[in-house]
Design a protein around this ligand. Structure first.
Ligand SMILES: [Zn+2]
Length: 445
């Protein structure tokens, strides 16, 4: 069997398993999750250095509540302990996907996902699409800060997707979205909102002829922005919550509830002391992606704030628990001369693609000067100057030519306890009446 066909067969098998997983009763879902977590823990103790050498009990957990007795992990802790120690040693390169993430903080972490966990995740994404009412032949305009690979089913004409680079001026984004004649637009809430402002009424009318739904990702979607997008585009809006380290955590059903993908991940909400809180109480998100074997992260703290909804039936038929994000990643932006906004997601895309860059952070001062604080990879082959040149070249190509960024070498990027940092911050607000004649044309530093 060719490897392409093997992948297709494996993914179809996952799709069948995932399709009905959320329709089981809540008790069965929890039993399966507990078994999944115990299998993962037993694997971790046997195979993964960090857990083998750490203080993890030998006996299986007898309830999901016992999970909270194990320590949680933050991104800084994983980096400090050594990322390699979380990976299964000796894994053949074909058995896992590598995903370099800057997360929402600018701190890079190379996450590995084994092909089975990754494949099952794909199946849950398929479930999300089909349950929302998406039809596999609808064209997708996906606004993304970096390119995505073409998948086997896309070569067959299913889920036809046009990736529209997010770093372009809004007028160019709008033109490309229109030209796609999409049934579905996917992107960050902040970019979709900007897009909405860019379209003329005539263009919106044209867009609505094909558009059936909007999907948002990667930052907090407030009720206000959700309503604005739904009304502006004239179609339903579906949100999701995910992170590179654990992939999708939850997705919104057609009744507006954000259901946790409990056939892949187990979600806990904890207080400041790390103790689980009951449904209805706000706390920090801790996630265990229990199908992961390449780089298992037991009780990974994502740093976002959320609460679980009280147990109860959702009209959509899913028995997966429902959650609500309280606050989360906000897509901050800097403003270029001329007023164009460049969002943090775009800088994250640049950071991800710049070789030799370990961490970075972007600041714009009140005069408009944009400074990239940059940490080269320790022990890397590239000098600071080479990394700077690579970053500036990418910025020129993908965002705007002629804007000189200033670069400073940084020792470390400040993070909060939850591992979050403000990746982009701007004190420059040209629309608040400050229009400096000079200073908003940044010079090379
Ligand atoms: Zn539902």
């Amino acid at each position: 069997m060719s490897s392409g066909l093997a992948v297709a067969v494996r993914e179809l098998r996952h799709a069948l398993a995932a399709w009905r997983a959320d329709a089981a009763d809540a008790e069965l879902i929890r039993t399966r999750a507990l078994n999944g977590i115990n299998e993962m823990l037993s694997y971790c103790r046997a195979r993964v250095p960090y857990y083998r050498d750490g203080d993890y009990p030998d006996e299986p957990l007898t309830s999901l509540a016992e999970l909270a007795r194990l320590p949680s992990l933050t991104k800084p802790e994983v980096l400090r302990a050594g990322v390699d120690r979380f990976r299964t040693p000796g894994l053949a390169p074909g058995r896992y996907h590598r995903d370099v993430t800057s997360g929402s903080t600018g701190v890079r972490l190379e996450v590995w996902h084994d092909v089975d966990a990754y494949g099952y995740h794909g199946a849950t994404v398929l479930r999300r699409f089909l349950r929302s009412g998406y039809r596999p032949w609808w064209r997708i305009a996906h606004i993304k800060p970096y390119p995505r690979p073409v998948r086997w089913f896309q070569r067959l004409g299913l889920f036809p997707r046009v990736v529209i680079p997010a770093g372009q001026p809004e007028a160019a984004l709008a033109r490309q979205v229109l030209a796609t004649r999409p049934g579905l637009i996917m992107g960050y809430p902040v970019m979709l909102r900007a897009l909405l402002h860019t379209f003329t009424d005539a263009e919106l009318t044209r867009l609505r002829r094909t558009l059936r739904m909007v999907m948002t990702d990667s930052e907090l979607l407030t009720d206000e922005v959700a309503a604005l997008l739904a009304e502006g585009f004239g179609v339903p809006v579906f949100d999701e919550y995910s992170a590179h380290e654990v992939l999708t955590v939850s997705t919104q059903c057609r009744h507006g509830a954000l259901h946790v993908d409990e056939d892949r991940v187990w979600l806990e909400i904890v207080d400041d002391q790390g103790r689980p809180v009951p449904p209805g109480t706000t706390g920090s998100v801790v996630v265990t992606h229990y199908r992961e074997r390449a780089m298992p992260l037991v009780r990974y703290a994502l740093g976002d704030r959320a609460r679980l909804l009280p147990d109860g039936d959702c009209p959509c038929g899913s028995a997966f628990r429902r959650m609500r994000l309280v606050d989360g990643r906000v897509n901050d932006f800097v403003t270029l001369p001329g007023g164009r906004r460049v969002y943090s997601a775009v800088f994250l895309g640049l950071a991800k693609q710049t070789p030799g860059l370990a961490e970075c952070m972007v600041r714009q001062d009140a005069s408009g000067q944009i400074t990239v604080h940059l940490i080269p990879e320790p022990g890397g082959d590239l000098s600071f100057d080479q990394v700077v040149t690579a970053f500036q070249n990418r910025f020129d190509e993908e965002v705007a030519a002629g804007v000189r960024l200033r670069f400073e070498r940084a020792e470390r990027v400040a993070l909060t306890a939850g591992g979050k940092g403000r990746f982009v911050e701007s004190a420059y607000r040209p629309d608040t009446g400050h229009h400096p004649d000079t200073g908003h044309r940044p010079d090379a530093g």
